[in-house]
Design a protein around this ligand. Structure first.
Ligand code: NDP
Length: 250
């Protein structure tokens, strides 16, 4: 499989001016670094996540940089219902009139366990948070995304979302399903000029999730979340007209 890499994407300046972008999992790891960079690039960011304290820290950092005032949207994707997403869409429409970007970044790892021993309830939770929530959220937000002149929706994948690997169970299955969701949407909206759908695999990055999966790894050898931001900015900028593409960030 030939997967294009965004590793050498140049640093863009003011690439997201006046854009309204929602980032899930914006309180930690890659989502946090990317949300701060989007604000630096001129976007108004909507910070969605589970833990309010973490979102508030990101909010404070953006405000202290003198950037557009962000919004905080606390939501536990494991327990949210369709109505919660519809309400969110209404609030975004009232507040901003449109949504220019949606980064599905929040995910959970579940357990690294052979399929023969994989707990069925755990499987369902991982599939729910990583895929079903992204489906329901995208569905609810489509009308407000279509009000944008040039909307971008990006799903977060993984190398195990492109090739299965022993013990990665529900996480791997959820990332394959994420790619399918992205490709289906890209195909359905192929002839709609103001919206595009793509996916990105960040690759090994030093975050809480990576630490749970590889506790003994030498952290100095892998990327930090800030190392990836150019790739993530590109996908929401006017430079990208990609649709239906699976990218690697590294
Ligand atoms: P982290 O675990 O560091 O951060 C995940 C974020 O998702 C957190 O902000 C977390 O919020 C949020 N989140 C988790 N569960 C929920 C929930 N139920 N509701 C709302 N928010 C939730 O992960 P990374 O930054 O490492 O990962 C970001 C993305 O990149 C994920 O999709 C991951 O699968 C993918 N990825 C990461 C790789 C890596 O090496 N780091 C490699 C390949 C893919 P809270 O902190 O409040 O729980």
């Amino acid at each position: 499989m030939n997967i294009p890499s965004l590793k050498n994407t140049p640093t863009l300046v003011n690439a997201l001016t006046n854009k309204v972008i929602l980032i899930t999992g914006a309180g930690a790891g890659i989502g946090k670094a990317v949300a701060i960079e989007y604000a630096k690039q001129g976007a108004t960011v909507i910070l969605l996540g589970k833990t309010i304290k973490k979102l508030e820290k990101v909010y404070d950092e953006i405000v202290s940089l003198g950037k557009n005032t962000p919004a905080i949207f606390p939501l536990d994707l494991a327990g949210a219902h369709e109505k919660d997403y519809e309400d969110m869409a209404d609030v975004i429409e009232k507040e901003y009139g449109r949504l220019d970007g949606l980064l599905h970044n929040a995910s959970i790892l579940g357990t690294l366990t052979p399929i023969a021993q994989y707990d069925a309830a755990q499987w369902q939770k991982v599939m729910h948070v990583n895929v079903t929530a992204a489906f329901v959220m995208t569905k609810a937000l489509l009308p407000v995304l279509l009000k944008s002149e040039n909307a971008s929706v990006v799903f977060t994948s993984s190398s195990v979302g492109r090739m299965g690997r022993a013990y990665w169970g529900a996480y791997s299955a959820s990332k394959f399903a994420t790619e399918s969701l992205m490709q289906t949407l890209a195909d359905e909206f192929e002839n709609t000029k103001n919206i595009r759908f793509n996916s990105i695999n960040p690759g090994a990055t030093h975050t809480g999730m990576r630490l749970s999966a590889f506790p003994a790894e030498d952290k100095s050898l892998i990327a930090k979340p800030v190392d990836l931001v150019n790739a993530y900015v590109y996908l929401f900028s006017e430079k990208s007209d990609d649709n239906g593409v699976m990218f690697n960030a590294q």
